[in-house]
Design a protein around this ligand. Structure first.
Ligand code: TRP
Length: 340
């Protein structure tokens, strides 16, 4: 039996409000989020509960939460047509995460490669929150019975775990269709953007060198300068994609160019193949400045009114709670809690 709270298509996705938003976040995720609006019912969440699995300075956390909210809106997320909020304002996530702590098995979490990477050699000193983080991620999605989740490659394993949790919950309490089977949405060209200083590393807000990334708040001059200084190799650009193999930096700059222009890598190379970097870099800078400049400016404008951003998030969290509460009520009943 399908419960009244099940819907056919509902998207949930999350982004951590830590550090600056970069071109990597934009081309890798946010642009896809923008395109999904209208096609699906979308719930977009600033996952501040996930952020504190590593210590966050309170003032910075608040600042970053507002900044990422402004970034999403500046990129075109419409908080009226969709739901945009920060996770900690809907406590239903945390409650369902607890139930999932009791459903997921140690063995499942022990297999999570991201925990191993993040905890590194210092595993004994990692927070227990970091270890059970995938259970919270499963709760984020399932507390709304979301059906589709746009994620990058690095989150696929967590999404599979969320499916396993949903299935075990449904089996253990004999409610076969209670939680839906979550489908990942791996969208066409989610571009993996690499560091401008080292083409083998992901562009990251935590890289110590600011020259390695383009921040969404960078001025037009800063964007142009970072592209001018980006690492390259001495050869001309090839005219076909195979020619980029083994040339990580060239590959990255061409990927960025193609993604910002909205064309395939082959089509981009059809235009720029044979050119030297000295000629290509100004073209790339021009495209980057024209597409990102207005977004950065809009972000700055929105950030001048933090109270308005807070109001948007607060309204989003009220709408989020309205969706999660009936689902969580059913969960409590299924588990067997006595409630008045
Ligand atoms: N773990 C994701 C990341 O670090 C963020 C996230 C949290 C998320 N909850 C989610 C993504 C639910 C998709 C769905 O990028």
């Amino acid at each position: 039996m399908t419960s009244a709270t099940n819907v056919e298509r509902r998207i949930f996705s999350g982004i951590q409000p830590t550090g600056n938003l970069t071109l990597g976040n934009y081309l890798g995720a946010i642009r896809n989020w923008v395109n999904l609006q209208g096609e699906y019912e979308c719930i977009y969440c600033l996952v501040d509960l996930h952020a504190i699995t590593l210590f966050q300075d309170p003032a910075e956390l608040r600042r970053n939460t507002r900044e990422v909210a402004a970034g999403l809106m500046a990129c075109g997320i419409d908080p009226k047509a969709n739901i945009l909020f920060n996770q900690s304002q809907n406590q239903d996530h945390a409650e369902l995460a607890w139930h999932f702590n009791c459903v997921a098995r140690m063995g499942w979490l022990n297999r999570m490669t991201q925990f191993k990477e993040k905890a590194g050699k210092n595993r004994e000193n990692a927070s227990t929150g970091l270890f059970v983080y995938p259970n919270l991620m499963a709760a984020d999605i399932l507390v709304y019975k979301a059906t589709h989740v746009p994620v990058g490659d690095d989150q696929k394993q967590h999404l599979e775990l969320a499916r396993d949790i949903a299935q075990k919950f449904n089996n253990d309490w004999d409610k076969p269709d209670f939680f839906p089977i979550i489908e990942p949405l791996i969208l066409g060209a989610a571009t993996r953007v690499m560091s401008l200083r080292d083409g083998s590393k992901k562009m990251s807000k935590s890289d110590p060198s600011d020259m390695s990334r383009i921040n969404m708040t960078d001025s037009e001059d800063a964007i142009a300068q970072k592209i001018r200084k980006a690492k390259t190799d001495p050869d001309a650009l090839p005219s076909e994609a195979e020619g980029l193999e083994g040339r990580a930096e060239a590959q990255n700059l061409v990927n960025i160019y193609a993604a910002l222009r909205g064309v395939t890598v082959d089509a981009a190379l059809g235009e720029i193949g044979g050119k030297q970097f000295s000629e290509f870099k100004p073209m790339l800078a021009e495209v980057a400045v024209t597409s990102l400049g207005p977004i950065g400016a809009e972000m700055q404008r929105l950030l001048q009114d933090p109270a308005e951003i807070d109001r948007v998030l607060n309204e989003g969290s009220e709408r989020a709670r309205a969706l999660s509460q009936p689902i969580l009520r059913e969960v409590r009943e299924i588990i067997g809690f006595v409630q008045g």
